[in-house]
Design a protein around this ligand. Structure first.
Ligand SMILES: Cc1cc2nc3c(=O)[nH]c(=O)nc-3n(C[C@H](O)[C@H](O)[C@H](O)COP(=O)(O)OP(=O)(O)OC[C@H]3O[C@@H](n4cnc5c(N)ncnc54)[C@H](O)[C@@H]3O)c2cc1C
Length: 416
């Protein structure tokens, strides 16, 4: 069912209903708006212990359930799939109200579940899979990570080597995945595996929904130098997945992976805040009396413009996606713009803070920016590197000649 366009009156009525529900369901964040009060975190990645991250994910899940049950958790999803069937204007209106409340911060794994895996399931799932698995994902009951990258397949994802071999009604999967964000907390993984090594590399892949508690699955968190463990290695040793958990046709795994990556790139920076931006930089510059410096002013203006462009592009993409279309290469433009915006915010913060960025004096809202500066480059890699986005833009949007390739034959014969 197509989503309903917003009339001013309907939107205002929705806003009143949402505001009343939020006031009943969450505590206001009011005193945190003041400089020096509340959390000053502008971290791009969570740097938490296992227990703290688990506790955060529980809170995120509870809040999502609360919203879903009240009809605010899947606003732009079609009614027949458990959503409210509304346009993104309603979602924006809700998000604008929600920021004033003390609700759990975003978490990468719930974002992957809601914005990457759920729409992929909608596109490629059988009616039975959609009926069974979509609601728990949208309601925040279950989390699903991405099992794409391997030690020898990141940018060259379609060259991946995890094998799935058909055996009766099952597939037997053996291989290794890496950089699987949040796998230690997920119930499911969207797995891409090689089912036909004799086909050209993109044609021999198939996608599955993998329950991570199956025998033979070994999830090992990777300790980062920051102390946190955002990523995992996932070892798969003769894991038997029933064919009923295959996502899409046999051999259509590359199409499924591209859809998920398209959703990832298209969603980049779309809703929840990652790191710091205009909202934190302006009071920072004012507080440190750097807002009269011409260089700082120029950078702040650039950050503001970049965020406005990102917001409008996100809105346009979202509207065009509501009909259930597959995401296209334009998502690469969005992702590139988003990571460039994060780098711009880093530059502006450095110009405002100067030496305060390098030494922790305990001053609120200053040294905290190191977590933005050190984390932002990670998103130049996640979801496909900047170079890969540029290749996609050149090849598929601008019609420039494709990269020279030496991997056109069967995957089995491609030199590795
Ligand atoms: C924060 C973060 C979260 C992640 N989460 C997940 C996840 O949840 N699930 C998952 O499966 N993976 C995840 N990844 C992995 C990510 O998708 C890969 O790291 C990424 O695709 C790059 O692959 P690679 O690390 O193997 O680098 P490589 O592919 O080895 O690339 C190395 C360098 O070579 C360049 N390069 C490679 N090929 C080309 C080319 N054709 N043209 C120009 N330059 C090229 C790259 O741009 C890069 O600079 C995550 C990564 C990060 C940083």
């Amino acid at each position: 069912m197509p989503s309903t366009a917003a009339s001013t009156q309907e939107l205002a009525e929705f806003g009143r209903r949402a505001a009343a529900w939020l006031a009943r369901s969450a505590a206001p964040r009011s005193q945190e708006d003041a400089w020096g009060a509340g959390s000053d975190s502008v971290a791009v990645f969570h740097d938490l212990s296992h227990e703290d991250e688990l506790a955060l994910l529980r809170q995120v899940g509870e809040w999502q359930r609360c919203k879903y049950d009240a009809g605010f958790g899947a606003l732009t999803w079609p009614v027949e799939l458990g959503g409210a069937g509304l346009s993104s204007a309603y979602e924006e209106a809700f998000n604008a109200l929600e920021v004033a409340y003390d609700v759990p911060p975003a978490h990468e794994l719930s974002s992957v579940t809601l914005h990457l895996v759920a729409p992929t399931l909608r596109l490629f799932g059988t009616p039975h899979q959609v009926a069974t698995h979509l609601r728990p994902l949208l309601r925040g009951d279950e989390l699903c990570c991405q099992l794409f990258s391997e030690p020898a397949a990141g940018s060259d994802l379609s060259g991946l080597g995890t094998r799935a071999v058909r055996d009766g009604d099952d597939w037997v999967v053996t291989g290794q995945k890496v950089w699987s964000s949040g796998a230690q907390f997920a119930r499911w993984g969207e797995l891409i595996a090689r089912t036909d090594p004799d086909a050209v590399k993109q044609a021999g892949l198939t996608a599955f929904l993998l329950p991570l508690d199956l025998p033979g699955v070994d999830v090992r968190p990777l300790r980062q130098m920051s102390g946190g463990t955002s990523f995992c290695e996932v070892f798969l040793d003769e894991v038997r997945i029933p064919d009923s958990l295959r996502l899409g046709d046999v051999g259509a795994g590359w199409k499924v992976a591209l859809a998920t990556l398209g959703f990832e790139r298209g969603h980049s920076g779309a809703s929840s805040r990652v790191g710091g931006g205009w909202q934190q930089l302006l009071p920072l510059a004012q507080e440190l009396q750097r807002d009269t410096d011409p260089h700082v002013r120029q950078l702040l203006a650039d950050v503001w413009i970049s965020e406005q462009v990102a917001r409008l592009a996100a809105q346009r993409d979202h509207e065009s996606r509501l009909s259930g279309d597959e995401p296209g290469p334009v998502g690469s433009l969005r992702k590139l713009h988003w990571v460039q915006g994060m780098a711009l915010a880093s530059e502006a913060a450095a110009a405002v803070l100067g030496p305060r960025l390098a030494a922790d004096t305990g001053e609120w809202g200053t040294f905290a920016w190191t977590e933005h500066l050190l984390g932002a480059p990670g998103y130049r890699i996640a979801g496909g590197t900047d170079e890969i986005q540029r290749n996609i833009i050149g090849d598929r949007l601008l019609g420039l000649p494709a990269e020279p390739r030496q991997d056109r034959g069967p995957w089995r014969d491609v030199p590795r």
